[in-house]
Design a binder for this molecule. Structure first.
Ligand SMILES: [Zn+2]
Length: 241
C-alpha cells in the first residue's frame, strides 16, 4: 500500500515537471516568433546578439551596425572598462520611441530613425559606450551623455558621412547641456588642461567616487572655472572619422 502511494506520488510529480516544461517551451516559442530575425555573432571574445523585430529593416544597415559594434566596443572596453559585458544585445524595436536607449547590456534602436538616417551608424558607438560605462548612479547625467558623445567623436566610424559634428561654442551654452556640447568641452579639456581627464571622470563615475570636487582635485580649477576658461578660448581643431 505504502509503495503504491509512493509510486502514485512519483508519477504525479513527473507529470507536473513535464507539464511545466511544456508550458515554458511554448511561451519561449511564442517569444521567438515575435522576433523577425535573431543572430548571434562572436568575434574576439565579444558576442553580439542582434534581434530585429522589424521585418523590413535594411540588411545593409544591420551589417553596418554589427561591424561598428565589433570595431568600437573592444576599443572602448580596452580604454575604459576591461570588465565590461562580453555579451551585448541589440534590438531593432519598432515600439521604441526615440532614437536609441541602453540598459543592462541591451541597446534598443528605432528602425524608423535608422531608415530615415541610414548613415547614423555611430548611434551604435554612443549606445555601447553606455554598456561600458555601467555607472551605478551618483554622477550627473550630463557627464554620462557627454562622455558617450565624446567617445562617438573619438571612435566613430561614420561621423563624416552622417554629417555628425560637435557644435561650435556659442554664448549661452553650459556643460550641463549634455551630449555634443559637453563632449566638445571634454575634447577641449583633454587638449588644453589634462589629457587623462575623461578617463578619470569615467572611472570615478563607475566606482562611485565622482564628486563635483574631483574637477578641482584633478585640474586645480572648479568645473565652473574650467567652463569659463573654455568659453574664453573655445577654438578647437577637430578631426572626424
Ligand atoms: Zn546616451
Amino acid at each position: 500500500m505504502a509503495n503504491k502511494t509512493l509510486l502514485f506520488l512519483l508519477v504525479a510529480t513527473l507529470i507536473g515537471i513535464l507539464k511545466s516544461e511544456i508550458t515554458q517551451a511554448t511561451s519561449f516559442e511564442k517569444m521567438e516568433r515575435a522576433y523577425y530575425a535573431k543572430d548571434s555573432i562572436t568575434k574576439g571574445g565579444y558576442t553580439l546578439l542582434f534581434i530585429s523585430k522589424d521585418s523590413a529593416f535594411s540588411a545593409v544597415t544591420k551589417q553596418k551596425m554589427i561591424d561598428a559594434f565589433f570595431t568600437v566596443y573592444p576599443k572602448q572596453a580596452k580604454r575604459f572598462n576591461s570588465k565590461t559585458l562580453k555579451k551585448v544585445t541589440f534590438i531593432i524595436d519598432p515600439d521604441y520611441v526615440g532614437v536609441a536607449a541602453t540598459g543592462n547590456g541591451v541597446a534598443r534602436y528605432s528602425p524608423k530613425w535608422m531608415r530615415e538616417h541610414p548613415e547614423d551608424i555611430d548611434v551604435v558607438t554612443h549606445e555601447v559606450m553606455h554598456v561600458v560605462q555601467a555607472y551605478p548612479g551618483g554622477s550627473p547625467g550630463w557627464l554620462t551623455e557627454g562622455i558617450a558623445d565624446y567617445v562617438r567623436y573619438v571612435y566613430g566610424v561614420n561621423n563624416i558621412k552622417a554629417q555628425w559634428a560637435l557644435p561650435e561654442y556659442k554664448a549661452g551654452q553650459s556643460y550641463t547641456n549634455s551630449y555634443r556640447i559637453t563632449a566638445r568641452f571634454l575634447v577641449w579639456l583633454e587638449k588644453n588642461v589634462r589629457k587623462s581627464i575623461v578617463n578619470e571622470m569615467d572611472d570615478a563615475a563607475r566606482t562611485r567616487t565622482y564628486s563635483a570636487d574631483l574637477w578641482k582635485q584633478k585640474t586645480g580649477k572648479t568645473l565652473d572655472e574650467l567652463w569659463l576658461s573654455y568659453t574664453q578660448n573655445p577654438a578647437l581643431e577637430l578631426a572626424y572619422h
